[in-house]
Structure formats: C-alpha cells, structure tokens
Ligand binder design. Structure first.
Ligand SMILES: Nc1ncnc2c1ncn2[C@@H]1O[C@H](COP(=O)(O)OP(=O)(O)OP(=O)(O)O)[C@@H](O)[C@H]1O
Length: 827
C-alpha cells in the first residue's frame, strides 16, 4: 500500500538537539519568565492571572462541576477572523473525566500537529510487529481481577540457591533453612527477553489497546535485572520497545478504529517527580506536582508527546532515558537511581463509515478490538458525540532496593529509594489484607510520591502485571526472599479494572476530526465565493490574501489528517526512512522553480506561526489578574492552565524552528559544532597560559626571597670584614683552629675574592653565576658585580693561607684580637 502524500508523517526531531533560533529567543525568554512566574505564583500566591488553557478546567471540572471556563487564546479568535488564522497545533482536552489511572497536564499542544496524530493507515511495515499478525492473542488478559505476578531469576555463574519450576520457587533445602514454597504465575530464567515479554507483558499491552488501563512494573533488588527486563538492549529489546511494536501492530490489525497515541516519561528521584521529556533545566526548575486524588489525579506540568511511528517512540524513549539518573554503585555499574514511568495514553474510536465490532485478523478470528464489551464496563453515550475510548499503558522501572553504601550521594538516594519501596510494600500489604479480609483499612498511599501516583492503579482501576527480579546467588538470599514476599503480597491484591468508553467530544482525536470538517467546510465556502463574479473585482492585495488563506486552510487540513492513525494509512512497503522528517524538508532533486515554491510555502507557514506566537503572547499579556485571596482550587486551575499556555507557546516556537528546515538546521549545527570546538581549544590554551603565569609568579617570589636572604648575609659578612679590616690585625696570623675556617688575609675578603678570580681566570676557569636554568628571572637580571649568591662555596676549600712561623700570633695576642672583634661586632 502506498502512502498518499497527505498521510506521510513527520518524524519529530529530537528537541534536545535543536538549538533555539535567535528569532525565537525573545519568546523563549518570555516562556522562561512565565514559567518562573508560574513557579513563583505557586509559592507566593500573590498575583494570579485568569486561565488561558481549557485542559486543566476539563480535568478539574469533574471535581468542581463548573462550566465557567475561560477560553483558550485560539478559542477567542472571532468567527470572522481570516481563515488563515494560525491555530494552536493541538488544543487541550476538556470535558469528561478521564478513565486513566493518573492524568497528566496534557502537553499535546506542544507537538507539531503533523507529528501528532496517527492512524493505522499511516503505520509502516517497520512499525508493526510481524508476530502480532500471526500471534494475536484472543481476549485473554490473564485473571482480570488479579495481579499477574512473575519472577525472573537472573542468570549467574555462582550456584543458585533457589529451587524452582515454572510456577513454584523455594530456597534450596540444603541451605538448612526452613524453606517456604512460593507460587507465582510464571518463573522465568535466562537472558532472552522475548519469552519474558510474551509471558508477562503482552496480554496487558493488548488490554490497554482494548481500553483497559494497564500497568507493568519491575520490582527487585538492585542489579537483579529490572532495567534489562523493561528496556533491554540492542540485542535483547525489553518490554517497552516490544510493547510499542505491538501497539502499532494492533493498530495495523484494527481497520475499524482510529488511534491517537501520546507518550510521557517521568522519574521520581529523591521524592521529586521530574519530566524526562522536558529540558533538564526546566524539569529541575519546575518539578511535576501531583494534584488531586483518585481518578481525577493530575500530574502537572508534564509533557505528552504524540507519536505516530516506532521511530517517534524511539526518539521519545532515547530522550527520556538520556535524562534518567543512573550512577555506578557497589553492585551495578549503571544503577537506576530513580523510579521511572513511561506512559502511553491510547485514545481510539470507531472509524467513520465502519460497522461496529467484527475486527478480523488475517486468520479470521475475532481480536480483542472487537470483543464484546466487558460486563460492567462503562459505556457513556451522549448527544451528538462519538464514543472515544481512552486507556493508559504504564511501564514502570522501579529503582532497586539496596544495602548501605559508602558513597554519600548514593546513600541519600538509597534512603529515598528504600523508603518509597517500603511504602509501596506496606500499601500493597494493606491492600492485600483488605482484599483478603474484606476490610477497609486506611491505605498509606500518601506516604510516598510513588504510591500516591500509583494510587488509582493499585486501587484496582488497572490490569497489573508485576515482574519481580531476583539474584539467585547465596549472598542475596535475604533480598531475594524479601522480593518474593512482596510478590506474594501483591498477588493477593484485588483488581476491578473496567474498560471505559466515553463520549468525549473534547478528546483530541474528536477535536481534530471536527476541526478537519470545519476547515473543509470553510474551504468550500471560500472556493465558492472566489468563483462568484463579484469577487473577481477584488484588489490584487485581497486576491493574494484570499489565496494565502485558502492555502493555509489546505495545509491545516493536511496536517490534521496526517495526525490520525488508522490501518488504512499504513504503508507496509515503506520503511521509516522514507518518511519526510520535516514539513519543509528540502528535496534537492526538485527544480529551482519547485524549490522556490517550497521556499515560499515555508515562508508563509513561518509567517503564520509568527502571527500565532504574537497572538498567544498578546493573549497571555491580556489575561486579567486573579485576586490574591482567590480560592486554592482556582489558583491550582490557573497554574495548570498557565503552564499549558506556556507549553502551547513552546510548541509553536518549536514548530517555528522546525520550519527552518532540516538542511538549515544541519548547517546551524555544523557551524555551532565547529565554533564550540574552537572555543574549547581557546579555553584550553588560556588555561595553560594561566598555569604557566602562575608558575612564573611562584618562581619569581621564590627567587626574590632567596636574594633577599643572601643579600642580608652578604651585608653582614661585609660589615664583619670591614670591622675586621679596621682592627688592623692583618699582620697577625691566627693559629689554625680545629675547624680551620678560611680566614681572610690582610686586605680583606674583597681582595681575596679578586685574587681568587684572577687565579681562576688564568687557569681558564670562569665562575658561572649561580642561577636556575629555567628561571623566568634570568633574562631580566643583569649581574654587574658578583654577589655572595654567586660564590661557589665549594671553591673556598681550595683557599690556602701561607702563614710564616714568626707571624703566628701568641695566645694573648689572639685573645686580644677576639676581644676586640667581640666588642665591635654589631648586635
Ligand atoms: N536476565 C539477564 N540476562 C543477562 N544479563 C542480565 C539479566 N538481568 C540483568 N542482567 C545484567 O545485569 C546488570 C544489572 O542489570 P540491571 O541494570 O537491569 O539491574 P537493575 O535491577 O535495573 O538494577 P538497579 O536497580 O540498580 O537499576 C546489567 O548489566 C544487565 O545487563
């Protein structure tokens, strides 16, 4: 099947790699300011502005039952506005209570519309799991009211101390301990991830596609294989990549429905929730907050990226994983230091013109998509709307419980990890106890962010599969036993997940469909009026505007159509690479004329986005203030809506940047790379110079001190010699003492030195001045006259004194000399 141009999809470039263009920097600044203001408002609650976005209202409406919702900026545009009015790529959801276990502050408006909606017609061969076609399970999601609990035993070189078969595990009796038998749904071994996925996750992925909230999580001691099971590696993809492949495979096999997929990725680190899809600086400045409880639980601000292909999912996952906190610990080289949650919101509904039910696989059997509604499932029907089914698939990689470590940071993280896992354990324990004894004891969900976030699912509103990983070696027996006890407890938790289909006229899918219809209608009207004879008298300017408006309408219709994913839009012959990666990607095989046209079209789109940015900015500035004493619920709503609006602005900015086109972006990246290398080299050079200069200063200082000291000694000696000379005892010779000091002869040290120099010179031995070879001082110092510093003291050993016998002083003479010296020495 070939993909019509209108259905080719856009692989969203990883935003991380995008550098903000200068043209958008002012807007980014505005966004940053607004974000900061939102954060400030959250704490100070001084100045509030009225809402712009509707989504949070929609989410809270179920709680407040209020209909007085302020409009989004896009809603405010009057009906007589030109058709070319730039629109928010996506508009936030509103309206009905979501059946999802926890609802995020929808961030779909951040996404370029053409990146956002998918339908099974847009799926490509590479997006679809082959296995799903042959091996689509029937409506078997395991025991619907029980948690599916499996154990994965990590392969080890050491002897295993656990004795197990396919469903039973117990400690090896040879260990001499009383061994307890544990029974689970599956006990898995080995390094193959495919059988693990099939056994523990596949049924729950299908359940999610069929409208049930599903949660799959990995629990276990650090380094026991949770991340390996959830994410895997190139060779052994784990549950997450396999699940996403099955999601697209399911859509491919379901021609009766159309789908919209939104992904979010978050982590709980040291009891703070961070959006892994947001730029790290932003997610650090604005941690995700949990608002509300139960089915109206809201996480905000949290990005949701709409995905239309496996490639898109991969990009989202890579970006999120790049932002995850891992560190090397005593037990795991790359240990997850946080709990991570990857979520896919699946919206789907009947396709127009198709009969309800009856989805057929190639083998002809009925598939989960068409199974009769689950008894007791909620199926709301309201006037004038189509039933939209919304479910959430949550894939959770918990951080591993661990022993104390010597590293301070790791200890702190470990404390938080262990505390939240303990809370999870006690929550599960209470739930199991309540289920077993029909009790209603208080469940401490609020004791940790993890349990608070999982509250709706753990309370039963989801199909849950838990995979507990253990290390079978002897030194991990305590941890493995604790993991098995946790697994045993969670097995007793009672579930009552229900499929919920609601008439959600505000579901994104529905909104897009409606918007497409409206746009088409407007296009028809414009075409008709353009053909009317009266219109032919339009001025050139008006005609230009008119054609621009029609082009914009067409472009928007195309964009929206691309976003809806149906089995018919799948092109099985094309690989991912065949897709356009940007709406304005330049094809250099085009003729110059075609390229010009492309350029013009791109410029027009950029213009319209610029206008949209302006209108959003204006709307932001124009919003009325909320009184400081407004009720908290209003403030909460406002904060959620403000962050929505900021996100809308960001996505428009991103679209603006994307429209610069891939080639331009490449050039920009190359130039940036080249310059950043140059800057790095310069910085290195500068560092070296600074180090050399420091060394120079140190040497100078050292030399100065030596010189000062020597100069002092020289002066003292000179004074001594002068005094000695002045005593006129040159005619006396002192008897050689034990130490035989080199006493100067008559005429003073100066004369001895001069004589000594002369004799050395006559022998061809010049005294080299004493100086450090690599001293930076050398070129600056001219030694005009020798100083004591330059004396080679060794040479003095050669000095000999000729003392004629008759001139040897008598003891009393010597005493007199020393007395005189003593008297005259300076103190
Ligand atoms: N079943 C398995 N087969 C082969 N290798 C495995 C298996 N399970 C785990 N490993 C390897 O063991 C190491 C630790 O595994 P992993 O990082 O998945 O542990 P973890 O439980 O997520 O740890 P943490 O809680 O510290 O993040 C990794 O190198 C991983 O590849």
């Amino acid at each position: 099947m070939s993909v019509p141009p209108t259905t080719s999809r856009i692989a969203r470039p990883t935003p991380r790699r995008l550098q903000p263009s200068s043209s958008s920097s002012s807007l980014n600044d505005a966004v940053t300011r607004l974000t900061a203001q939102s954060a400030l408002n959250a704490t100070n609650t001084k100045q509030y502005k009225a809402a712009l976005s509707t989504e949070a209202k929609a989410l809270t409406r179920t709680r407040t039952n209020s209909n007085s919702r302020p409009q989004t900026p896009s809603n405010k545009i009057p009906s007589d506005a030109p058709a070319s009015r730039p629109k928010t790529p996506t508009t936030p959801r509103k309206g009905v209570p979501s059946p999802v276990p926890f609802i995020s502050d929808m961030d779909i408006s951040r996404i370029e519309p053409e990146d956002a909606l998918v339908d099974c017609e847009t799926l490509e061969a590479s997006d679809v799991s082959i296995e799903i076609v042959e091996d689509m399970p029937l409506n078997n999601y395991g025991q619907e009211d029980k948690v599916l609990v499996s154990i994965r035993v990590k392969p080890t070189d050491q002897p295993s101390v656990w004795d197990h078969d396919r469903s039973r595990i117990k400690l090896d009796p040879f260990l001499g301990k009383a061994s307890q038998n544990f029974n689970f749904d599956e006990i898995l071994t080995g390094s193959e991830n495919k059988p693990v996925y099939n056994a523990v996750a596949r049924s729950h992925v299908y359940a999610a596609m069929d409208g049930f909230n599903s949660v799959i999580f990995a629990y276990g001691q650090t380094a026991s294989g949770k991340t390996f099971t959830l994410s895997g590696d190139e060779e052994q993809p784990g549950i997450i990549p396999r699940a996403m492949k099955d999601v697209f495979g399911y859509i491919k096999q379901t021609p009766t429905r159309e789908y919209l997929l939104r992904c979010s990725y978050l982590e709980i680190y040291n009891e703070n929730i961070h959006d892994l899809l947001a730029p790290p600086s932003m997610s650090a400045a604005q941690p995700v907050q949990i608002h509300g409880t139960g089915p109206s639980l809201v996480l905000a601000p949290l990005r949701e990226e709409v995905v239309t292909s496996l490639k898109g999912v991969k990009e989202v996952l890579e970006r999120g994983e790049g932002n995850r906190r891992t560190a090397s610990t005593d037990w795991n080289e790359r240990s997850s230091r946080s709990h991570s949650v990857f979520r896919v919101v699946i919206e789907s509904r009947e396709r127009t013109g198709t009969r309800e039910g009856g989805r057929q696989t190639p083998s002809g059997r009925q598939t989960p998509g068409t199974r009769p509604p689950t008894p007791g499932s909620t199926r709301l029907q309201a006037k004038g709307g189509k039933a939209v089914q919304t479910s959430v698939l949550s894939l959770i990689d918990l951080a591993g419980s661990e022993k104390a470590t010597s590293d301070k940071d790791r200890t702190r993280e470990g404390k938080y990890i262990n505390t939240s896992l303990l809370t999870l354990g006690s929550v599960i324990g209470t739930l199991a106890e309540n289920a077993a004894k029909g009790k209603q004891d208080h469940v401490p969900f609020r004791n940790s962010k993890l349990t608070r976030m999982l509250q709706p699912s753990l309370s039963g509103d989801a199909r849950i599969s838990v995979i507990c990983t253990i290390n079978p070696s002897k030194d991990a027996v305590v941890e493995s036993t604790s993991t098995l006890l946790f697994a045993q407890r969670i097995k007793r938790v009672q579930l009552h997940a229900q499929k919920k289909e609601v008439v959600d006229t505000e579901a994104l899918l529905e909104r897009y469909r409606k918007e497409i219809e409206e746009l088409k209608q407007r296009l028809v009207e414009r075409e008709q009026s353009a053909e009317a004879p009266l219109k032919r008298r339009l001025s050139a300017r008006e005609q230009l505007d008119e054609s621009k408006a029609m082009r914009d309408l067409n472009a928007r219709i195309k964009q929206l159509t691309k976003l809806i994913l149906t089995s018919q839009t799948v092109d099985e012959t094309k690989g991912d690479e065949s897709r356009s990666v940007s709406p304005v990607k330049v094809d250099f095989d085009l003729t110059p004329y075609q390229l010009q046209q492309e350029l013009l079209a791109a410029r027009r789109q950029i213009d319209s986005q610029a206008t949209q940015i302006l209108s959003l900015e204006e709307a932001l500035l124009a919003r009325p203030a909320l009184p400081p004493n407004a009720p908290d619920s209003e403030k909460d709503k406002l904060l959620i809506e403000q962050s929505k609006t900021i996100q809308e602005l960001e996505i428009v900015v991103k679209g603006y940047e994307d429209n610069l086109g891939e080639p331009l972006r490449k050039v920009k990246e190359d130039v940036e790379k080249e310059w950043s290398e140059k800057v790095e080299n310069e910085a290195k050079l500068r560092e070296e110079k600074v180090a050399w200069a420091d060394e120079l200063v140190r040497q100078l200082e050292k030399e100065r001190r030596i010189r000062l000291k020597l100069e002092e000694e020289r002066r003292a000696l000179a004074a001594f010699v002068q005094k000695f000379d002045s005593l006129s005892i040159g005619s006396l010779a002192l008897p050689p003492s034990k130490l035989r000091p080199p006493m100067p002869s008559a005429g003073g040290a100066g004369a001895i030195f001069a004589e000594r120099q002369r004799s050395r010179e006559s022998l061809g031995m010049t005294m080299a001045p004493v100086m450090e070879v690599d001293s930076p001082m050398r070129p600056m110092i001219s030694l005009s006259e020798p100083s004591l510093l330059e004396e080679q003291w060794d040479a003095l050993e050669d000095v000999s004194f000729e003392i004629p016998f008759e001139k040897v002083a008598k003891p009393h003479q010597v005493k007199a000399v020393f007395r005189k010296i003593k008297e005259n020495l300076p103190i």
